[in-house]
Design a protein around this ligand. Sequence first.
Ligand SMILES: [Ca+2]
Ligand SMILES: [Ca+2]
Ligand SMILES: [Ca+2]
Length: 243
Amino acid sequence: MRVTPRTSALVASILACFLVVTPGVRAQGTTLLGPSPYLAFDDSLPGAGAAISPFSTVDFGYFHLEDFEDALLNTPGVTADAGVAGSGSGFQDSVDADDGVINGTGRFLGSYGGFTGTTAMTFTFDASVLGALPTHVGIVWTDQGSAGSGGTFTANLSFEVFGSGGSSLGAIPPSPVGQPSDIGGTLEDRFFGAVNLEGIRSFRITTDSLGDWEMDHLQYGFVPEPGSAMLLLAAFVAVSRRR
Ligand SMILES: [Ca+2]
Ligand SMILES: [Ca+2]
Ligand SMILES: [Ca+2]
């Protein structure tokens, strides 16, 4: 096989598909991520610092980021069993960066809310639409109302991922979130996510508060398993040798 710059670039991109190093806790082949501060998806705006998505540097086969700025949950291959997307209200609590500036507020923008009495939401992915289940999933909690939490605007949130057969792949245990205010601060915002290279069929986020709550930046992507990447690499080498 003659190694040209183009060959090297192709091999590098195939290898990058599975050489994904992500920090976090491992559970049953699952890497759990967060809760971690989140002001923007990536570091392209000044001021986000390290409060960005752990997925922002991953080389995905496919990737979708739903920021709800069109007041819709309409990225491909995902549905939710509760909650509603919205935009424009002064009580709306978006990820900080969605107005183009990291300035401590995400009001009057788009987010996804669970109303009073909704204590859990499940987001389910459709492999027939996406081509494969996502290997990386995450969402950003952005706000907690007061009802049921003693007026403190705080809650304990848990995050659990499930495989194609419906069994649990791991969970982030109930974790405290929130600050004693409901006016849309962003330093409280937290990313919850997980990675499992066998594919994630759904995730469920659960609160112990009965108040309204909000999320933003639903994100999911697919990185081939090492076996798949090695098969791709072997096929590429075989084709190159025939040339
Ligand atoms: Ca902002
Ligand atoms: Ca948003
Ligand atoms: Ca917030």
